[in-house]
Design a protein around this ligand. Structure first.
Ligand code: BTN
Length: 329
């Protein structure tokens, strides 16, 4: 760890408290000058660090700056910072997590970026990822038993885990549009992209990257997104930090294996579903087909009823809710 990271770790763990330069130097085994230089760098990055009256330093947590130390402090596990990487900019956190996976990064490695230049969405789409207003997080998972058939279960379980984390941190209730788009008050605020990583030499499925993109604060969305995209906040409250939200998501996703094993999350997934009982359009390659979303089965697959009465089970693909034609006028 650099001196800058070490100093930030101590200040994050004792946020709001004044820590003297002498103590920082002693605890970290570095010189007072190194402490002073580290504080300068952190301030340049935008951290709000006050110099207290006894010439100590105090981190004021009123700036929403992502950092491994800030996330680890929220997890109350300083050592967790080792497996959390935060970048000012990346092509895509999912791509970076996959690159790290191939280099042998451990289970639970988290990759975050302030912005993405090539954020990836489902079905080859891009994901709008401007700086400052979103949370772009990918988690590398190396589950004990990977089975391609349970991919939809992983995806549905992740949706519930993220809803729980958002609710814990913001108090907001999100709904789920199958399979894993999260909505708040009718607008999409979060997209999730789960990708498999195959070993170059083994050719075997060796890990899974779960990528989560959340619009935290409302921004001017590109024209094509304006109808559908929303955000958690019009303006985020001072008490909110993306570090807290990231930590809550990481904590929830640690339960993923257990959630999948006993499927205990499925009733909650169904309760949060905004499609059950609704007329939908099913996209599966060809022309979109009309149907009604009837049920989510024990594998997380969606059962849809077609107008001819036939029932179809969808384990991949995409649906949109069909607006029913207005009667009268
Ligand atoms: C979708 O709505 O189609 C899924 C969007 C997933 C976006 C997230 S942002 C973090 C991670 N990195 C990416 O490139 N994509 C995912």
């Amino acid at each position: 760890m650099t001196s800058r990271e070490q100093v930030l770790q101590v200040l994050e763990n004792r946020a709001g408290e004044t820590v003297s330069g002498e103590e920082l130097a002693a605890v970290l085994g570095i010189s007072r000058t190194a402490v002073w230089k580290a504080i300068g760098k952190l301030r340049e990055e935008g951290h709000h660090i006050e110099a207290g009256t006894n010439r100590g330093y105090r981190l004021i947590p009123d700036r929403d700056i992502l950092s491994p130390q800030g996330i680890a402090a929220c997890l109350e596990e300083p050592e967790a910072a080792r497996n959390i990487r935060v970048y000012p900019e990346l092509d895509s956190t999912n791509l970076q997590a996959k690159r790290l996976a191939l280099e042998g990064a451990p289970d639970g490695t988290a990759v975050l970026a302030e912005c993405q230049t090539a954020g990836r969405g489902r079905r080859g789409r891009s994901f709008y990822s401007p700086p400052g207003s979103g949370l772009y997080l990918s988690l590398l998972l190396r589950p004990e038993h990977l089975d391609a058939g349970s991919a939809v279960l992983v995806t549905t379980a992740v949706s519930v885990a993220v809803c729980r984390a958002v609710e814990q941190v913001t108090g907001q209730h999100l709904q789920i549009k199958w399979v894993n788009d999260l909505y708040r008050e009718g607008k999409k605020v979060c997209g999730i992209l789960t990708e498999a990583v195959t070993g170059i030499e083994s050719g075997e499925l060796e890990s899974v990257v779960v990528g989560i993109g959340i619009n935290v604060e409302a921004r001017e969305f590109p024209e094509e997104l304006r109808q559908v995209a929303g955000a958690l906040y019009e303006r985020r409250p001072p008490s909110f930090t993306r570090n807290r939200l990231a930590a809550a998501i990481i904590r929830q996703l640690r339960e993923l294996d257990a959630m999948i094993a006993d499927r205990s999350f499925l009733p909650e997934y169904r309760e949060r579903s905004m499609v059950l009982g609704k007329p939908v359009l099913v996209y599966g390659g060809g022309e979109p087909e009309e149907a009604v979303a009837e049920e989510i089965d024990g594998q997380g697959a969606l059962l849809v009823r077609h107008p001819d009465g036939s029932l179809r089970r969808l384990s991949t693909g995409e649906i949109t809710i069909r607006l029913q034609q207005q009667k009268g006028n």
